[in-house]
Ligand binder design. Sequence first.
Ligand SMILES: Cc1cc2nc3c(=O)[nH]c(=O)nc-3n(C[C@H](O)[C@H](O)[C@H](O)COP(=O)(O)OP(=O)(O)OC[C@H]3O[C@@H](n4cnc5c(N)ncnc54)[C@H](O)[C@@H]3O)c2cc1C
Length: 366
Amino acid sequence: MVRRFDVIVVGGGLVGLAIAYGLAREGLRVAVCDEGERGFCASRGNFGLVWVQGKGADLPAYARLTAQSAQLWPVFAERLRGESGIDPALTQPGGFHLCLSADELAARAAAMARLQAHTPEFRYDVLDAREVRRRIPAIAPDFAGAIHSPHDGHVDPLKTLHALFIAFRVRGGVYLPRHGVAGITAERGAFTLSTAGGALQCGRLVLAAGLGNARLAPWVGLSAPVAPVRGQIMITERLAPFLPYPTTLVRQTDEGTVQIGESQEAAGFDDGTLPEVLAGMARRAIRLFPRLRSARVVRAWGALRIMTPDGFPLYEESRRHPGAFMTTCHSGVTLAAAHCDIVAPWVAGKADPGFAENFRAGRFAL
Ligand SMILES: Cc1cc2nc3c(=O)[nH]c(=O)nc-3n(C[C@H](O)[C@H](O)[C@H](O)COP(=O)(O)OP(=O)(O)OC[C@H]3O[C@@H](n4cnc5c(N)ncnc54)[C@H](O)[C@@H]3O)c2cc1C
């Protein structure tokens, strides 16, 4: 028996679920199929920033999309909370990128200036250490300064994922775990997927399988040149509140735990942890926040980012098989609101088809 849907989204991570939730809100009959717990899933191992500063310094369309998403997030979070009963714990108090050396601060400031040159509404400040300490008294004096942007914030990424899952189902969406897709055929405007759970059919198809898109995309005439970039994160026991703003290295969660993590490593498909990388990040965090010296680390993990050669997203509809879409990005937390409110209507054919012009994989062709 073949089960039929208006749209099938392959991949039940943050990208797939945000788009699927948006499509279900459009009144479409939507299924999400996922291979299950054993696959790589960046959405279960990320840092939780809703981050604008520095995004799209070299691609204005990406800077705009990121800024739009950050603006959409408060309403999106409220809607998710209302429909799922789970609060994604969004706060957008502004964020800091802390720099230990003057060179680091200068390089970062130059990137911000590039970003502002093409996106004048982007606001940021370059702050010296004294000004940062005025705003974050718990920080040690021994660093160069920081970039601050009022647009930045953070969420609980696991609660966000859970909220999306529930809200999607509340909207009538069908979630199919253990439905790894092993083949796709396109015929007369319909797509047939052979999956571990049986055959599925749809009129529109969204590939949102993260690193899995590299294998799936060619089946519908697309190409997804994505590669893994590992990040390692550790989390401490709960501490009394001391850090009212998220930073790119350290953030205190709504529950009081402190997340530390900023590594970027080429480690293939190894999503493990390395003591020397964790120790390096811990040293940097303790140098900035000495009170962390006595904090107990309760868990550490590695997860794989989904990275294109230029770091920018891919959004593309297949020319050979219209109705098949590919979506992938390395900031799926930040972009979740845009995926629901901008990308889903585009997939449904209700939004500007020009939206994806700057995000096609053709940009990598020689
Ligand atoms: C360490 C780290 C820190 C990060 N920090 C941030 C941050 O602070 N802010 C931010 O915005 N982003 C951050 N990110 C990025 C963010 O986590 C990702 O952009 C996002 O999770 C990608 O979601 P996704 O749904 O595309 O992919 P994934 O979460 O990887 O999900 C893909 C899903 O597809 C499934 N799948 C694969 N192949 C198939 C198949 N053939 N059939 C069926 N299912 C399949 C997989 O099992 C998986 O469940 C971070 C990432 C990492 C690794």
